[in-house]
Design a protein around this ligand. Sequence first.
Ligand code: PMP
Length: 402
Amino acid sequence: MSLFDKFEKNAALFNELSETGRNPFAVVMERVLGPTRAIIKGRETVLAGTHNYLGQTFEPKAIAAAQKALAEEGTGTTGSRFANGTFAGHKALEAGIAQFLGLEYCLVFSTGYMANLGGIAGLVGAKDAILIDADCHACIYDGCVLSGGETVRFRHNDPESLDRRLERLDPKYEGKLVCIEGMYSMFGDIAPVKEFAEVAHRHGAHLFVDEAHSFGVYGDNGRGVSEADGAMDIIDFYSGTFSKSLAAIGGFVASNHQALESLRFSSRPYMFTASPSPATIASASAALANIKATPALRQRLWTNIGRLHGALTQFGLNLASGPAPVISVLLPDRETAFMAWNFLLENGVYVNMAIPPGTPNATSLLRLSVSAAQTDADLDAITDAYAAMAEAFPGARVAGVS
Ligand code: PMP
């Protein structure tokens, strides 16, 4: 047995798909034309599988701010937050996010992945326990591993299951952290954050909510599912990313607990990686200011969500959840998912394909991400392609719907 044997099975499939030129995991955006269009395989394609929820990738104010920072502060910080990589812009963005969320403390990390890794592994030690929703993202699982704490999974979106796990937890664990997400990105379903907070606190645990997909999107002020559920004041830790609604790269953890500040000298993913570049920080800051000043972006997103979710429902497609920025169509198996994904691309629409083991309950699905930047023409192209797909793939429809 060699180090490389384990790659063989998946490599064979990957290569076979790549040779046909129909591999969903090897797509190249040959030329980006704007927030919702790119050239893929030589043709103009509507992007309906990005996380550009508020359409900020080409926001002129964000581009101008990034260009200014690039010219004035250089291409990179060449250091970690802990050493020479904290510029005035990083501190200002932390203050801006804290203010946006109405929370006191905020730490900016280099990616959302690092924020969860560093937040969880920074807070939890070997004598503590983490209780994690079974459908949590890979980086939350990785944070659990890095922490060295005991990890206990509970049933997805089920506060009673959490209650039972906490009830039975060995009292030897000193601290307890419960991890959930606001909106889950595979199915687009949302968490009952308030109920989770109540259960966690009843057992002396703290609640950590990853709002990567819901920041800027849910709640009257765009603070996420925690806000929409009236739970902003009772959650303990809030994590997010710049790579979706803010259309940059980076991440953060925010809280009202001053203990969060201790992560600046104890969280390895904060201390031992280079900080986001000045241009990245500047564009994220400008996008944050823009989404705060422009609630119409959120309104447009929800209008688009309503239109697309309504159309796909009307086509009889088997949707994973109610209207949300992610609208997933469940497919009977992996092969149908590959074919349906290619069918949409051939019809000029790019979406994400997700298959086991990356999906809950071993489902295969096509994930459509809605954007405020999608124009009426984009929405028409998307709905036309899905209408044709519903015809061509009866397995994508709810049983009995023709
Ligand atoms: N949390 C969730 C739920 C995510 O889906 C993702 C990335 N898709 C992340 C965190 C990581 O964010 P980033 O891309 O900024 O690393």
